[in-house]
Design a protein around this ligand. Structure first.
Ligand code: 5RP
Length: 265
């Protein structure tokens, strides 16, 4: 692997081989998402516990201090919206020049396998990989399902993840599924990080699916709403970090969460 791309990947994936990415890119199609109305404020107390932050160029430029020390994963697909016809109708929204100018450590783009715009999003993805590999920028695939959350089976996620890797993804972000998640990871020749999806009911549920996903081979998470939409976002991210980088069990993560929440850690 070229030095540049390896160096950028090393900034994202830590020495223990694990990673905690904090995505705040949701506004690119959802607008001012709850608790992300002011993304700069949302990330301020959390960023120190993340290994990288994922966002669009607009939020990066306007809401994030350029002195930030954490690597940036730039979301470069979009052109759709929650009130539009079809979420899968995405294109590349940021040029390679801009990606370099903004000093991105990686970029991310959604692919919509099985959707009306499958071909378009896969071709966009392959072209982006060509542009970015020339400059040593890793591309992370986001296996998107739009509104069809029920699609999240191992068979479907395994298909999407493998296709993304075959097209040149250096990292694949996909959803966790309770059944056969190990098959999703095993069929994907590049590292897999788990996306969160809509906020679940309890903190423990998050710790459990992160823990289980890691046992089954994922290298970490790209978790947004289950962190910053929680009433105690700092306790959430610190407990999730514990599962990822300190091998905490879900029960131990819950204990850490309770301590941070109570101001005792
Ligand atoms: C939104 C994204 C997010 O990065 C991804 O869905 C992870 O965030 P969450 O945990 O909130 O689902 O790609 O466009």
């Amino acid at each position: 692997m070229d030095w540049g791309i390896q160096n950028r990947l090393n900034r994202l994936i830590q020495k223990d081989g694990k990673a905690l990415f904090l995505p705040v890119d949701h506004g690119y199609f959802q607008g001012p998402t709850r608790k992300l109305e002011k993304p700069g404020e949302t990330i301020k107390p959390l960023i120190q516990y993340a290994d990288a932050v994922m966002l669009t160029r607009g939020v990066l430029r306007n809401c994030v201090d350029p002195a930030i020390e954490k690597p940036v994963i730039l979301r470069v697909s979009g052109g759709n919206s929650v009130v539009g016809d079809d979420l899968s109708n995405e294109g590349q929204i940021t040029s390679i020049t801009e990606i370099l100018r903004l000093n991105a450590s990686a970029v991310s783009m959604s692919i919509y396998v099985g959707s009306k715009h499958e071909h378009q999003t896969l071709m966009n993805f392959a072209r982006l990989v060509d542009q970015c590999e020339d400059y040593g920028i890793p591309v992370m695939a986001v296996t998107a399902v739009g509104r069809e959350l029920k699609k999240r089976t191992a068979r479907y996620l395994g298909l999407c993840s493998r296709i993304a890797a075959e097209l040149g993804a250096r990292v694949v972000k996909t959803y966790y599924c309770e059944e056969d998640f190990d098959k999703v990871v095993d069929g994907c020749p590049v590292p897999v990080v788990i996306a969160g999806g809509p906020k679940v009911d309890t903190a423990l549920e998050v710790f459990e699916f992160v823990y289980d996903g890691l046992q089954k081979g994922a290298i970490g998470v790209n978790l947004g709403r289950n962190v910053w939409q929680h009433q105690y976002p700092v306790a959430m991210i610190r407990a999730i970090r514990g599962v990822i980088h300190e091998n905490l069990t879900p029960k131990e993560a819950q204990q850490l969460f309770d301590q941070v929440k109570a101001g005792k850690a």
